[in-house]
Design a protein around this ligand. Structure first.
Ligand SMILES: [Fe+2]
Ligand SMILES: [Fe+2]
Length: 464
């Protein structure tokens, strides 16, 4: 379904942002040479980004409200544009043509993901068992092979990480699941960070640190464009980030109550003594692996509390910071013996605002994080603000199929699809309740109509 874009001159956008406003285009904006100038879902709060876009050829910028684009003044009020001020062609937005096709896609991708997930879980289990038995030694080769498969899978299937991270039912398996989840989440975020932001970060930081006579300590790894093989090494580091935990007393590790100061000191050693012991025993010196293991609890900005080890955040590479974001996200969205899972989009939003505007590099990592993970995955079941449960057919929009009435009773007829967001058909008051967790697939099974149940069967068929 084509949607018209309103257009706004780049000079006007610069003036709005200079005055404390915000801009999001809702559509990728390229110049004539095909260089990406503005990314569709980035909320621009820095006029320098717009000035750079102008210098590279941006004149009349499309703003697609239907895709969450807009211009806001410093009070957060939307600035209304006249539609089609310019003469550019309308932007095409894909809308799913058939519910059946969407369901089939979900079934296929879930089956493939479940196989990969189980294989990865078996690999980490085997690794942790070997470490426990030998006091630290393990074989890196199966890890590299498994992570390579996960890496390819999430590279080819957009949003597929969701199927690799949601299937936690067992409390005992937490560390295995957590390792796979952090690897998958971290991988998609780093791929997005690398593709979208590394070049921009380099330009931005080079401009801003020029003339400071090198006073700002920097780790060169933070500002490079990562090659595919470096990205893979980073992902291997994510998979292995918590290996040190296997040498910690499990009673302390799984304690539901607050840890005593002594117990907290013991937990901290999983990124210091224990991690170093394991890395040294296996002669692992690759910085991507080492940094992920040592710094995934380090400070993300100056003065952040309860972080360890005590490391200047400016010396912590971007990929290790992403590891920490993935780690926090997974801990918050997973069910543990002492807490329920939280709504993933609510968690991403909370993490984003907690760390927003603390540090320029971190800001770029956060944007990659919210773009990659801040979505409702297709195939999940959400609660709407009126109490209805709805099945997510497509995470962009998102596009939903209600499965119950507001009282939680199953619907007797196939409902109309609801497309959320601007330009959708949802009533303005209807939203997804982001304080309610996703409905567990096993619970959802009893609610879903038969034609949707096969998306749950896909997990069971593949051993997930
Ligand atoms: Fe950790
Ligand atoms: Fe962790």
């Amino acid at each position: 379904m084509p949607v018209a874009a309103a257009h706004c001159s780049i000079d006007r956008l610069i003036a709005v942002v200079e005055n404390g406003g915000r801009v999001r285009t809702g559509v990728d904006v390229h110049n004539k040479e095909g260089v990406l100038l503005l990314e569709k879902s980035v909320l621009v709060a820095d006029p320098d980004i717009l000035r750079k876009a102008k210098a590279q050829g941006a004149k009349l910028v499309p703003i697609v409200e239907q895709e969450e684009g807009g211009i806001w003044d410093k009070t957060g009020r939307r600035i209304v544009l006249a539609a089609d001020e310019g003469n550019e062609a309308p932007v095409k937005v894909a809308v799913p043509s058939s519910i059946e096709r969407k369901i089939s896609e979900i079934v296929e991708i879930k089956k493939a993901a479940a196989v990969k997930y189980e294989k990865a879980k078996a690999t980490i289990k085997q690794t942790l068992t070997a470490i426990k038995q030998t006091g630290g030694e393990f074989d890196l080769e199966p890890i590299a092979a498994t992570v390579g498969e996960l890496f390819d899978f999430v590279s080819k299937n957009e949003n597929a990480f969701a199927y690799l991270t949601r299937e936690i039912f067992s409390y005992d398996d937490y560390l295995y699941n957590h390792s796979v989840n952090v690897c998958t989440i971290g991988t998609v975020v780093m791929q997005k960070f690398n593709a979208s932001f590394s070049a921009a970060v380099n330009v931005f930081l080079n401009d801003h640190t020029a003339g400071t006579s090198g006073a700002v300590p920097r780790d060169d790894h933070s500002f490079l464009y990562f090659t595919p093989s470096e990205l893979l090494d980073i992902s291997i580091g994510y998979f292995m980030h918590d290996l040190g935990k296997v040498l910690i007393n499990p009673k302390v590790l799984n304690k539901p109550d607050k840890l005593t100061p002594e117990e907290f000191e013991e937990v901290k050693t999983h990124v210091t003594d224990k991690a170093r012991q394991i890395l040294q025993k296996n002669r692992l010196t690759d910085p991507y692996i080492v940094d992920d293991c040592l710094y995934h609890h380090a400070a993300l900005y100056d003065g952040e509390e309860r972080c360890y080890p005590n490391q200047d955040h400016r010396l912590v590479p971007a990929y290790a910071k992403v590891c920490k974001l993935a780690d926090i996200y997974d801990a918050m969205t997973s069910r543990r013996c002492y807490k329920e899972a939280l709504n993933p989009v609510g968690v991403v939003t909370d993490i984003f605002y907690h760390y927003a505007r603390k540090d320029p590099l971190l800001q770029y990592a956060l944007h990659a994080f919210i773009k990659s993970v801040g979505i409702y995955p297709a195939g999940s079941v959400v609660t709407l603000s009126n109490g209805q449960l709805a099945y997510v057919l497509d995470s962009s929009g998102p596009v939903l199929l209600p499965v119950t009435d507001p009282k939680g009773e199953s619907l007797t007829r196939q409902p109309e699809m609801i497309v959320m967001g601007r330009g959708g058909n949802a009533p303005p008051t209807l939203t997804i309740d982001r304080y309610r967790p996703l409905v567990c697939p096993l619970d959802a099974y009893n609610i879903l109509p038969p034609y949707l149940r096969r998306t749950i069967d896909a997990d069971a068929d593949s051993g997930g």
